[in-house]
Ligand binder design. Structure first.
Ligand SMILES: Cc1cc2nc3c(=O)[nH]c(=O)nc-3n(C[C@H](O)[C@H](O)[C@H](O)COP(=O)(O)OP(=O)(O)OC[C@H]3O[C@@H](n4cnc5c(N)ncnc54)[C@H](O)[C@@H]3O)c2cc1C
Length: 294
């Protein structure tokens, strides 16, 4: 049961949200789409006395191009991501990730900010944002700060955000030419299923066709999204080939740290990482060669 004693405030500005969070520290929580927090409250895992809705705060629900970067407001929904033509050209892997989330009605409610702030290891949006080198904008009483998304995740369902801090935007830099990014999750059903394991891969190619930059990030196989550093390094400076991708995928599997749970065993997840990483690298290469992300 959700505690009916909970009160709802709907401030219209970021300073007002922060003022409420400071005033009610320890008993207030921010709510965006509510698709995670209301489940936590229903399960009794969270009992806030005050919910502070972000819905009326202006400027958080748009996708804009500013200074050669794509700024995505924290309230942008997965369905908005899917429909945005600039994002389809710029980072199609994020569109794929948004498209495979949950179900259509949930994708209309959920937000990118909530997905990142929930910090579930199996969440779909973080891996492709991480390989793309995304940053986040954090708003607090002292002002705004911009941080790499790679610093954001601290542990299972824990981020670097303080109790009176908000994520306001995700900033995606324009990918360099000849860059391809792909996201491959494995889920037990087509709808309303979290990833058992996932892999996002990024490849940037030189004129010669060799890999000048590579990143592999794994989801659902560690407490936070995991950069497979050695797998990524192994790709740089080499010509892409099936053998190289098989080697990098096997290395990613070695670097993964999955657990056994209801959705999959450690062994199954390690095997999945190898397959998903190879597929993600192949798709990233295709996109890099055909201008998919540039
Ligand atoms: C049926 C179902 C299926 C799902 N399937 C998937 C799936 O396939 N893949 C997937 O990744 N997720 C899935 N989810 C999880 C969920 O939809 C996402 O994590 C969603 O993006 C969370 O966003 P929200 O706006 O609903 O967050 P909320 O529930 O409103 O908030 C989540 C948490 O983040 C905090 N928060 C929210 N916004 C901010 C902000 N801007 N700044 C600071 N803190 C903030 C809240 O205080 C709360 O702690 C599913 C959920 C359901 C109910």
């Amino acid at each position: 049961m959700i505690d009916l004693e909970v009160r709802l405030e709907e401030p219209t500005s970021l300073p007002d949200v922060i003022a409420l969070l400071v005033e009610h520290e320890g008993s207030a929580k921010v709510i965006a789409g509510g698709t995670d927090i209301l489940v936590d409250m229903k399960n009794g895992d969270l009992r806030p006395k005050l919910l502070i809705s972000l819905a009326r705060v202006e400027g958080l629900d748009a996708i804009e191009v500013i200074d050669d970067a794509l700024w995505i407001g924290a309230l942008v929904t997965p369905n908005q991501l899917v429909a945005d033509e600039r994002l389809q050209a710029w980072l199609p892997a994020l569109v794929d990730a948004a498209q495979c989330m949950a179900s259509y009605p949930v994708r209309n409610l959920a937000t990118i900010g909530g997905n990142l702030c929930s910090a579930s290891p199996s969440a779909d949006l973080a891996p492709s944002l991480l390989v793309a080198g995304a940053e986040i904008v954090i708003y607090k009483q002292e002002g705004e700060m911009r941080n790499p998304l790679s610093d954001f995740f601290v542990d299972v369902r824990r981020t670097m955000l303080g109790s009176a801090e908000l994520l306001t935007h995700v900033v995606i830099p324009k990918p360099p030419p000849r860059t391809g990014i792909a996201y491959c999750p494995f889920k037990l059903r087509e709808a309303n299923a979290l990833a058992v394991a996932s892999s996002a891969a990024r490849l940037t190619l030189e004129d010669t066709g060799a890999v000048s930059d590579a990143r592999v990030v794994l989801g659902a196989v560690a407490p936070t999204p995991l950069l497979a550093a050695r797998s990524s390094e192994l790709l740089v400076g080499k010509k892409p080939s099936s053998e190289l991708f098989a080697q990098a995928a096997a290395q990613a599997s070695v670097e993964s740290k999955p657990i056994n749970d209801v959705r999959g065993s450690e062994t199954h997840r390690k095997a999945l990482v190898e397959v998903l990483t190879r597929r993600a690298l192949e798709e990233a290469l295709h996109r890099a060669q055909t201008g998919g992300a540039a």
